[in-house]
Design a protein around this ligand. Sequence first.
Ligand code: FO1
Length: 341
Amino acid sequence: MTDRQPDKDPRIGKRDDNAVQFPRLRCVALCGGVGGAKLAVGLEAQLSPANLTVITNTGDDFTHLGLHISPDLDTVMYSLAGLANRETGWGRDGESWRFMSALAALGGEDWFQLGDLDLATHIERSRRLAAGESLSAITQALAGRLGVRPAIVPMCDAPVRTIVDTPDGPLAFQHYFVRDKCARPVTGFRFAGADTAQPASSARAALADPALDAIIICPSNPFVSIDPILAVPGMREAIARAHAPVIAVSPIVRGQAIKGPTAKMMRELGVPGEAVAIADHYGDLLDGFILDAADRALADRIEDRGLACLVTDTVMTGQEEKVELARAVLQFVQQLQQKAT
Ligand code: FO1
């Protein structure tokens, strides 16, 4: 078994732990795919590694080509490892596609692109699941091998699958999102298996930690990245009972999603396409809400809902913006804590 460390993204500098700005803050982040993972990377740069737990959506998971694929776990893992593909946000950087081209030549399904490096993750995860290991244990082991230090935790170990309801019937999430390129109008979402699932034990433990300072809902799609997490029985209660303020970062700026179908889904669901509707979507779970500077005019309406409101730059294109947004979020946490004392 070679233990050659994968070539890391050169931009993710050697983290100098005592440059950590908030060494004592302890946070849980709720996260989906690409957008949320960017803030997780920023938080990782600002917090002591042991003080960040990323509870991650598994509703996107599916079995494909006989392999168990966990896209959001992998996006968070690769992002925190500095190995994520910089263009797409998912899959690995520096990929090659020989497996996919050979598969296509054989008439195999090639609508879901699996790079040669990424394939190793799916094969190893599938092998360990078949051997009876839990998704939590496998995630911890794979992330550890890639040098990731914060805890990446699936929302639950049992299978939960997001089903997208459309006027022409239900679609499995990856069929909706990748195969059909989000073309179908959505009428609703279901999370098959959620009712018999329970929060992963390390997710429950992180939320119950009396030293917890904040729960941060990352700027992920509320419907298909955050709602599956909240749909796991006991998760909402664990969040509500936690000794920490819950803060959401808006994934919508000026009525548009930074990436992905959030705004389109809001239109199709008849939800007003503005950041305030995201705050309303999370309802009484929230203590604070973070708006992008472009939506400064909405701050009063956020505060009218009894929420603390921070206005800052939330669009994360490069590493600097991820770290800067995380700093603003954590400073906001400290302000809320001072107010609460
Ligand atoms: N998203 C795509 O739009 N096209 C793909 O071919 C694709 C492949 C893929 C492979 C591995 C993986 O972990 C993610 C992948 N994604 C792809 C993203 C995936 O659909 C996620 O569910 C989204 O990122 C939404 O969270």
